[in-house]
Design a protein around this ligand. Structure first.
Ligand code: ATP
Length: 327
């Protein structure tokens, strides 16, 4: 079975800017796939290459096995939910949702029926008569989703779909989006710079850095077994040790990552000076200096917190030190 989306050695350059640089990846049908990376790392350009708003400078994008060279956006089995939702302010919700169906020449009754079914799906039944300006941010986001889903795309593209929402609503929508994706069963590809969002929603994550993919894997893989220093640092802010430090603390000459939550204060371990502490609610973050290096540790709630200036002894389990390829 062909992949829903496949990139074969895809580049997209803008003048001297290598926005996307030799990216190859496969997204399976039915997958919830995240493209995660810092600002400017090429995620949105990849999404636009799938949608057909951009063409590769080199390489090929395939959708369900078919090469997309020269295929315009409206002939692709994909639809996009934009970050700003791009709703028409003067149309009511039903007409916003049904807009694509109208352009496609469907009859009035069918449009209404399909739009109402899509609003049910995103849990907004009965909101059809309102204007976008009379909705909350979360409700507008659902309308944008309904408008994309009503076209029955085989792949739904989402550009920072929850970026405009406050934290609480974002967490609620993360669960809902995931449940919705399971229900409709179509492939979701979403762009985010929020690692927590990618970890909590995606089946697999591609971690982008400077136009390239550093690693593709399940949330568990990229978090627990980062392939490179960039992934370790970007996903979960791990402590990254260059080979000489790993050698000093573990006798192995390789890059390594150590999760802050794996570090414990022990009776006999490695001396570390406490530089600063920060209460985070669910944990306390310690900024430490060990062998001349900054190290971050997270103490669980209820642990005894040392004072800045104190020297403590720290330790971790052998398997917590994860060895990696170099940058
Ligand atoms: P963000 O999270 O900020 O949206 P991103 O990871 O999605 O970032 P892209 O929008 O894909 O990054 O941009 C990648 C690089 O390509 C950036 O350096 C950007 O300035 C550049 N770029 C993107 N589109 C264009 C364009 N149309 N013309 C010139 N440069 C562009």
């Amino acid at each position: 079975m062909p992949s829903a989306v496949e990139f074969r050695d895809v580049c997209r350059f803008f003048g001297t800017v290598r926005a996307v640089d030799r990216v190859s990846m496969e997204i399976a049908e039915g997958e919830f796939f995240a493209m995660l990376g810092p600002s400017g790392s090429g995620k949105t350009t990849c999404l636009r290459l799938i949608a057909g708003f951009e063409q590769p400078t080199h390489g090929e994008v395939r959708i369900f096995g078919e090469g997309m060279g020269g295929v315009p956006p409206y002939r692709r089995a994909v639809n996009t939910v934009f970050q700003d939702y791009a709703l028409f302010p003067h149309l009511n919700v039903i007409d916003n949702v049904a807009y694509g169906l109208m352009i496609a020449g469907r009859g009035r009754q069918e449009r209404r029926r399909e739009a109402e079914a899509a609003l049910d799906l995103v849990k907004l039944p009965g909101y059809g008569g309102r204007k976008p300006g009379e909705l909350s941010g979360g409700q507008r986001q659902r309308v944008a989703l309904a408008r994309a889903l009503v076209m029955k795309p085989r792949v739904l593209l989402l550009d920072e779909p929850l970026g405009a929402l406050d934290l609480k609503l974002r967490e609620q929508m993360q669960e809902e989006l995931k449940a919705l994706q399971r229900k409709v069963g179509i492939t979701f590809v979403f762009v985010t710079h929020d690692q927590g969002e990618a970890l909590s929603m995606a089946d697999r994550i591609a971690v982008f850095n400077e136009g390239r993919i550093e690693q593709v894997g399940t949330p568990e893989e990229v978090y627990n077994r980062p392939a490179r220093p960039f992934v370790a640092d970007f996903v979960g802010s791990s402590n990254v040790f260059p080979p000489e430090v790993t050698h000093a603390v573990a006798g192995r000459r390789a890059w390594a990552s150590l999760r802050p939550e794996a570090i414990r204060i022990v009776g006999q371990g490695r001396p570390a000076r406490v530089v600063a502490t920060a209460f985070l609610g669910t944990a306390t973050r310690l900024h430490l200096e060990m062998a001349g290096r900054d190290v971050t540790a997270l103490l669980p709630r209820g642990a005894v917190v040392p004072e800045p200036g104190e020297t403590i002894e720290i330790g971790w389990g052998d398997s917590d030190l994860h060895l990696m390829e170099g940058p």
